[in-house]
Ligand binder design. Structure first.
Ligand SMILES: [Zn+2]
Ligand SMILES: [Zn+2]
Length: 62
């Protein structure tokens, strides 16, 4: 499955450049699911984060 939406701003990935978003996503959890654009449920701890889409499951910080 390919990413269709920006995980930071939720816009379509082909709409415009997302370099700034990609930069933010290296530091922060995604706010939107890249597959369905749903709002992610984000849990942040001091050392890691977890972002969950009800449809597509969890993403855990690297
Ligand atoms: Zn973006
Ligand atoms: Zn999703």
């Amino acid at each position: 499955m390919t990413d269709q939406y920006c995980g930071h701003c939720g816009e379509a990935l082909d709409a415009r450049g997302h370099e700034a978003c990609a930069e933010r996503l290296r530091m922060e959890p995604p706010r939107f699911c890249t597959h369905c654009r749903r709002r992610m449920q984000v849990q942040v701890s001091p050392t890691s984060w977890t972002a969950r889409c009800v449809e597509h499951g969890e993403i855990v910080s690297p």
